[in-house]
Design a protein. Structure first.
Length: 148
């Protein structure tokens, strides 16, 4: 995963999204914004108040990786792609409705809904029965007398 992020950050072109600000530090517009203004008072050769401006990472293009690092990154990217593909395939395979028509799905929903209502009725009956037994047990306990 690190190789994927590193590749994207250092080697991939920035995409232009219409209506969004340009975040590409290498674009001409951003280079012009970052450059010191020549009409500032006291500016001499791009320096403000006689202090030289440090060069930023925006002005520097990253150096290519060594062949060993490039191959290792390439293997990691390939592994990541294969893993993501397998994860997507699994998610697709467990989606409900794959291989079933809409009518089959609707009939299954109806059957499950009917089954749920029956089970809920059984639960209510069992809860009433439990309450009745607890009441009877309470009455028996209250009517018990101590034996000496």
């Amino acid at each position: 995963m690190f190789a994927s992020l590193r590749y994207i950050q250092t080697h991939h072109d920035f995409a232009q999204i219409p209506g969004q600000p340009d975040l590409n530090p290498y674009s001409e517009a951003n280079k012009k914004e970052k450059a010191p203004a020549a009409d500032n008072e006291g500016a001499k050769d791009g320096a403000a108040d006689g202090v030289a401006q440090p060069s930023t990472a925006i002005d520097q293009v990253p150096e290519p990786d060594s062949p060993e690092v490039f191959q290792a990154s390439l293997r990691e990217l390939a592994r990541d792609l294969i893993l993501k593909e397998q994860q997507i395939e699994y998610l697709i395979s467990v989606l409900p409705g794959i291989g079933n028509s809409e009518q089959d799905q609707n009939s299954r929903i109806q059957a499950l809904s009917t089954s749920l209502r029956e089970i809920e009725d059984e639960r209510k009956t069992a809860a009433q029965s439990k309450e009745e037994m607890l009441r009877m047990l309470g009455d028996l306990a209250a009517n018990c007398k101590r034996v000496y």
